[in-house]
Each structure stands twice: as C-alpha cells, then as structure tokens.
Design a protein around this ligand. Structure first.
Ligand code: ARG
Length: 385
C-alpha cells in the first residue's frame, strides 16, 4: 500500500512544530515538497534520522497504556533501516539487548528495521517480546513454564527448536524472524544477551528455594511502528520493568505462573477461604521479593508508588506544552494497591485509536501455511511424549 500523503504531511508539520527536525533540516515547505514528490513517484519516502527518532519517541508518548512516559524523550533510537535479512535482524536484536541492558543500568531503546514499501514488506519478528520464557505442554495437559507462550512454543518446536534436555520453567525462547519473502527462521539468543535476576525475599530465606527468576529487560517486538504513514513492522523497543508487572501479573496471574498458592503455603497462610485474604498477602510478598531482588542485583526497576507520581508529573508537563495525554485507566493503575497510588484517583483523556505516530497492536500473524511448509529447519523435534 502506498503511503497516504496526508499522513506524511501531518507528521512533518508535527515534527517542525515541535522543533524536532534537527539543526540541519531544510525548511518545512521544502521538505514537504520533497516528500510529497517522493511519494508520488515511489509510493513511499525515507525519513531523515531526526524524523525517525522523533517519530519513535512520539509513538511512545502516544502509548495510552504506558505509565512510564515521562522519559519519552530519552528513547535511544537505533536506526537499522537497511536490514531485512532474518539473520541480520536477529543479530541486531541481540545487540539491542546488550546495549539496552548495560549490565543492569537499563536504557530505553528501539531498533528500527526496514519499513514496508510497495511491493516489498519489511522483516517481522514473530515473538511478542525479544525475551520470553517457553511454555512446554506436558502430557497431562498442564504447561511447564509460561502458559502465555504455549502456542508459540509449540510453533517453534514444530519448526525444529531444540528444546533444553530438561524442560524448565524459565527456558528462553529463540527468535522467530521472517524476511520480505515470508520465510521464517529461528535464532537462539546467546546467554550474555539475557540478563536474569534470581528472586529472593528480604525476610524469608525459603523464598530462594522456590528457584524463581525473571529477565531484566521487557522488549516488545511484535507491535509495528507507524510514523508519517510509513509502517515499520519490526521495531522492537524496551523500557525497564515496573515491579508489579512481574510480581503481581507474570508470576501471579492464574493463567501465567500462578504462584500465589505456593507462596501462601510457604508463608503458612490459611487458604481455606478467600476472606482470609491469603492471595492478597501472598501478592504483596511476591512483589516485594521481585523489587528486592532487582534492587540487590543493581537492575533498574520502577516501583508503583514512584512511577504513579511520575506519570502525573508527565501529564502536567504535557498539559503545559499544550498537548492532551490520552491514557487508559485500566492499564495505568497498578494491579497492586491501586488506591494507594496517585494515578487511581482521577480520569484521563480517552485513547484515540487513530493517534499517530503510534505503536500498533500486533498484526495477525502472517506466517502462512505455505511459508511454514517451505521452511527448512532440519529435523523437526519429536512430539513430547
Ligand atoms: N508487562 C510486560 C511483561 O511483563 C511488559 C510490557 C512493557 N513493560 C515495560 N515496563 N516497558 O513482560
């Protein structure tokens, strides 16, 4: 699909209005005519490095579900638009993780790969995040690991992923990347690109015996970035974790690691009725363990109290700049102690689905049957017996 010239024009106007075109940029009128000519001739156009960086930062600023937007200007933009081959994309994802992790001093970063252009789609990363743990289906129907990735784990298994000998609860999945021809390929992440934090509790030594861990960097990899009408299907971006994402959701949700019963048992809580609030009490201790462990390991992690205040500071700043800051209350309010946080006690402007620049919801997975049948991954793994 050719780029809509109106979207391009609107983006250029925004970029210049916010003084983000860079010191060496040509005047708006001139840039506008270059871009519109380029679209008329080729169906697309090429962003300058400054435009790309501003577009990516503005897409973050527009993300109505994100509580961490105060830092939108600090996003590190890694321009890798020349890359389309899956092997190159995977290698740069690994570099992205190393750069962004910095031994624990996590830096918000995005790597932008080749855009979709008429007649040639850009590459795609099929994982929802660069780092996710496998969900191995067991013969009894249960899942070992993260149930959220069970289908994806099945898929990469069929494609020939060599699962660890001993299937664990925290096995890092390989990247599944396809290039313009749609052929997918698998790429393991090297150990040194995946920083993990073993979980301990400040008061309960037994907590370490549960042998829990989580990865340091959340890096969303399946949301296309759209800037000025140009779509970048592979543009993985990361921030740092908020304690509750891991402690009160990933490890606690009944359809994820479902650890509240185990934590409550160790705490010796009476689990005979919801009215003893054993789940609430276990949830606090689990999230505390997550926060404590990341802090001890020197890995950047936000806490829900501070981040709530910062979000309101961001909101005030945006208002002062004359911008509205749409936000989704159900995502902004933390899943633990909601009413104790400042973000709970107010409403927000409604998110606008047509807001641009934006990170779009994940596209339907285009890994079509033909591509899968075509793919050459060597011997598929036998079904787990
Ligand atoms: N909630 C997701 C997870 O637990 C990560 C989403 C992005 N989070 C962030 N702090 N940037 O993996």
């Amino acid at each position: 699909m050719p780029v809509d010239p109106d979207e391009a024009a609107e983006f250029l106007e925004l970029t210049y209005a916010e003084d983000a075109a860079g010191p060496d940029a040509e005047p708006l009128a001139q840039r506008m005519s270059v871009v519109l000519d380029e679209i008329a001739a080729t169906g697309t156009y090429r962003h300058t490095g400054e435009e790309l960086a501003f577009g990516a930062r503005a897409a973050w600023r527009n993300s109505a579900r994100c509580i961490g937007r105060l830092y939108w200007r600090t996003l590190q933009v890694r321009d890798r638009r020349h890359l389309t081959a899956p092997g190159d994309v995977a290698a740069e994802c690994v570099e992205h993780l190393r750069d962004a992790t910095r031994g624990g001093r996590i830096r918000s970063s995005i790597t932008v790969f080749a855009p979709d252009v008429p007649e040639r789609p850009g590459p795609r990363i099929h994982n929802e995040q660069l780092i996710r743990y496998a969900g191995h289906r067991l013969p009894d129907g249960s899942v070992r690991g993260d149930p959220r990735t069970a289908d994806f784990t099945d898929l990469v298994g069929r494609l020939g992923w060599k699962r660890p000998e001993q299937r664990g609860r925290f096995d890092v999945l390989p990247l599944l990347v396809s290039g313009p021809d749609g052929r997918p390929s698998l790429h393991e992440l090297p150990d040194d690109a995946v920083l993990e934090v073993p979980l301990t509790h400040p008061d309960h030594p037994w907590f370490a015996e549960m042998r829990l861990r989580w990865h340091a960097v959340p890096a969303i990899s399946n949301m296309p970035l759209v800037v000025g009408g140009v779509r970048y299907p592979a543009a993985p971006f990361n921030g740092w974790y908020l304690n509750t994402e891991i402690g009160a959701r990933n490890l606690a949700d009944a359809d994820r690691y479902d650890l509240l019963p185990a934590v409550a048992a160790r705490l010796g809580l009476d689990t005979s009725s919801v009215r003893t609030m054993w789940r609430d009490r276990a949830l606090v201790e689990l999230t505390l363990a997550v926060q404590h462990s990341f802090d001890e390991a020197g890995v950047t992690m936000a806490d829900h109290h501070t981040e709530s205040d910062r979000f309101l500071a961001h909101l005030a700043k945006e208002e002062k700049a004359g911008r509205s800051c749409p936000a989704d209350w159900t995502w902004i309010v933390p899943p633990l102690s909601g009413g104790l946080t400042s973000v709970f006690h107010r409403y927000y402007d409604d998110p606008r689905p047509d807001e641009r620049p934006a990170f779009l919801p994940p596209a339907e997975d285009v890994l079509d049957k033909a591509a899968l049948d075509d793919a050459d991954f060597g011997e598929p793994m036998a079904d787990p017996g």
